[in-house]
Design a protein. Sequence first.
Length: 377
Amino acid sequence: MNMGIIICGGGTAGHIYPAVAIIENIRQNYPDYRLLFVGTKRGMENKFIPDLGVDFTTVKSSGLNINRAWFNRIKTYLKFLFSLNLGFLKSLAIIIRFKPDIILGMGGYVCAPVLLAAIFLRKKIALHEQNYIPGRLNMFFSRFSKYFFISFNETKKLLNINSSRVIFSGNPVREIIRKVKYEECEYAKWNLEKGRFTIIAFGGSLGAEKINNTIIDLYKYFKDSREIQILLICGVRYYDELNKMLKNITRNEDNIIFKIYPYINEMNKIYRIADLVISRAGANTIAELIISNIPAILIPYPKAVDNHQYYNAKFLADSGKAILILDKDLNKNILAQNIEGFLGDGRKEFAEIKKIKIGNCRTDSAEIITSKLVGVN
């Protein structure tokens, strides 16, 4: 029987997109290897993984959010234990049937029952950590892992496991993003103009209300500018309200170009035309900014577990490739001042940031991880 690999993960793009990059690499270089992805019914993995032609199945899983009133906390614990038991039993059946050589956990609640079943059946496991600060689930399972792949080399000092098992792989980026520099610049596709300084703003796949409102406030600040254009990807739930707000402040004599979209799937095309990105600091965004060489203003999500987005953003800021603004400090004036700084003196500051090459990062992450998985013994 050909070698088999199970990949589990779910929920958000931060867990799914790196898994997609690894799957792409395995399929390209080891087409005979058997692959199975285990996710959830509700996560975005349902939309992406089956389209890759990879076998896909789901198990029951639930989060453990303890920051609630005591009654709701008890319900959360009961739901977690019930889901964990059901997921564990189904995971046992999946692993016994598929007979994997190794199981890779990419993060998300679904990893808990799958990895517990793998350990029970004495199967080898590997973990990938996308963030600078390791997640609690990965920290728990790290003691059982054959490999612990990390996206930031500095994460090593936060791990209390044998260093020989810690692999600085970086965070895998999908092929479509890795080839972004070869994309055609399609400004007209998004109703934009070639030649303007193009700012792309987004707050993750669901949008971020504070970022949205602050970017809308920039309209009045730059309304007379013929140099700037802004494209805001606001999230479906905010689109109608923001579109009304924009229409109420737009005047025919305004010179700025300002476009709002609820969601854009073709981020490769968006990155190609972006001069500056304003966004949260999820691990996937950080990896894609590094690959596409786009300067950024990063506003870490303040409620991220262990404040991990702050440390993701700090890595880019310390490298000189981004400006870090805390969510509590975010307003139109501080954003406008930084944007004007990029545009001043013939865009000299922007040109200097654009030239910076980030050290201590990996661009061959999927290859590194794949080589370890297929070489497992």
